[in-house]
Each structure stands twice: as C-alpha cells, then as structure tokens.
Ligand binder design. Structure first.
Ligand code: PMV
Length: 301
C-alpha cells in the first residue's frame, strides 16, 4: 500500500490575473492536507473510498474519471482501492481539488516508477485538475507539487521565493462555497466586454506581484501588507468579492492586520490577513464575529 499526503495552498497575490498570463504568488499550507492511500486490487475496476462522507453520484463519477484519466496518461492497467481523507475545506480557495490531484498523481507515479519527477507530477496533476475547473492556470497544482512558495507565471519556469521573515497569515473561511469555474468565467465575460480596462487592472496586479516578491525577499512586511490590501481593491473591481468577504476583510484591517485580501477565485471561499504575532488572537476573534466559520493560522517560512 502507498500513502501520500499533499498540502493545501493560498494565493498571496495575482489570482485571476494569472489566468491572463500575469505572474502570481502562492504558498503551501501544510496544516491542511489531503491524504491518499493507494492499494492494488484484483477487482475489475478501481474504487474510490471516502470515509465519513457520502459522495453524490456526480462527485463519485468525477473522482473515477480523474483516476482513469491519470492511469491512462501513465499507461497503468492495474486497478486500485483509493482511500481519500482531506482536511482542506472544499470550494474554499484552499486548493482541495489540486491537492487531491497531486496526491493521486504522486501515488500512481510511485506505483509505476518508484520515483517521482516533480515537473512531471505537476503536469499530470494539472491534466487532472481540468476535470474540476475547466482551464486552470496551473498555479495550484504547481505550488502543491513543489510544496514551496512560488512566483508562478504560465509558460515560464517557476521561481521559488526565499522568505526573509516568516509571515503570520490568518485564513478566514467565509463558509460560502465558491466555484472557481464560475468566477473565472464571470471575469472572462467582463474582460471580453471591457478589454482595455481589465487589461489595465491585470497589469496593476502584475506590478503588485512583482513588488511583493521583492518585499517577501527583503522581509518588508509592512509593504507586503499594503500590497495585499491594494490587490484586494483590484479584486473588488473585477467583481469577485461579496459582502461577507468585504466585512471579514474590513474587520482584519480594523483590528490591525498589515493587510488583507481574498485568496483564490473569490465570490465565496476565504480571505487571508497578514498579521503581527501578538494580534493573532484578537484578529481571529474579530474575523469570527464578522462571519468566518473557521480561522486557520499558518506561518509561511
Ligand atoms: O482554486 P482557487 O479558488 O484557489 O482559484 C485559483 C486561482 C484563479 O486564478 C482564480 C484560477 C486559476 O486557474 O489560476
């Protein structure tokens, strides 16, 4: 039997713009994980087992499709019992589907070759993620495959970011399920209608990602916070925030966060806040009072 665990992720800067070829920054979250156990079987077909959760027929079909697609890509004929156990909230912008794709892909690579090439892993995981999200940029599957903070741009080589000072991040889950596919297609529609304005916004998001990469490398936490808040304003402009996310954002800022923003596709999901260590408790409380169903603390280092 093979057992693989992969992290969740947050997007620090540049979501949505990344779909249009702009750079973005993402970091793994190792306190939230997807665990996959792969056991070879003589059964005629592979079977997905998710303890403590009854899957809808649609969810089961998708997972089976995912496994068959990956097996086909790797030319694997064997069948498996695949047990999935995840602590990453689903449809919350924390990379649940990408983490699942990476875990299954990694276990299949190991089954076949006894080794994994991370480039190949992220490519296969991305093929799988398309089942969930249509046409993902690849940022989620890359950051999770490498398990390192990344400056990511489509069709370019990943740049791994050296973090000078640890970043205390609170992730506040709104409890509203966000659909990445829906958010991306809404932004696409608006982009088609207003190409000049939207291109300008994506250019500004690109500048924010570039400045923020440097701020992370230099340990300029205050600047990083300002960049987050600016990025949030741009995400609001393209229409992917909502009232609850904006409330949570404001409460983090009012209680002294360096900066905050939605993270991921938006229209639900989570906001992240960059905070001082001594403010973690107060801001967590404020986020809960303003609607967060869960607040996770993670340190990016
Ligand atoms: O899966 P999410 O919700 O973290 O969103 C991914 C980020 C987007 O830029 C909105 C989509 C993409 O494919 O990069």
């Amino acid at each position: 039997m093979m057992e693989i665990t992969s992290p969740g992720k947050i997007i620090l800067f540049g979501e949505h713009a990344v779909v249009y070829g702009k750079p973005a920054i993402a970091a793994p979250v190792n306190s939230l994980t997807t665990n996959v156990k792969l056991k070879e079987t003589d059964d005629e077909i592979s079977k997905i087992i998710v303890p403590d959760k009854s899957l809808t027929p649609e969810e089961r079909n998708r997972l089976e499709e995912l496994v068959e697609l990956m097996k086909k890509e790797l030319d694997i004929k064997d069948n498996f019992h695949i047990t999935i156990d995840s602590s990453i909230p689903i449809s919350s912008g924390m990379g649940s589907s990408a983490s699942l794709c990476v875990s299954i892909a990694k276990s299949l690579f190991l089954h076949k070759n006894n080794s994994v090439d991370v480039d190949e892993l992220s490519k296969l995981a991305l093929i799988g993620e398309k089942i969930f999200h249509g046409n993902p940029s690849g940022i989620d599957t890359n950051v999770i495959s490498y398990n390192q903070t990344l400056f990511f741009q489509k069709k370019k080589k990943n740049e791994f970011i050296k973090i000078k000072k640890p970043l205390n991040i609170l992730i506040a889950d709104s409890g509203i399920k966000g659909s990445t596919k829906r958010a991306v297609s809404l932004v696409k529609k608006k982009y088609e209608e207003n190409k000049i304005i939207y291109s300008k916004i994506f250019d500004d998001m690109e500048k924010i990602s570039i400045v923020s990469k440097k701020a992370i490398e230099e340990g300029d936490i205050e600047k990083l916070g300002r960049m987050m808040t600016l990025n949030h304003a741009l995400l609001k402009m393209i229409g992917v925030t909502n009232e609850k996310l904006d409330y949570m954002f404001s409460s983090a800022i009012d209680y002294g966060a360096y900066g905050a923003k939605i993270s991921g596709a938006g229209m639900g999901g989570n906001i992240i806040a960059l905070v001082k260590e001594e403010d973690i408790e107060n801001i967590t409380e404020a986020l809960r009072e303003n609607g967060a169903v869960h607040v996770y603390h993670t340190v990016i280092k």
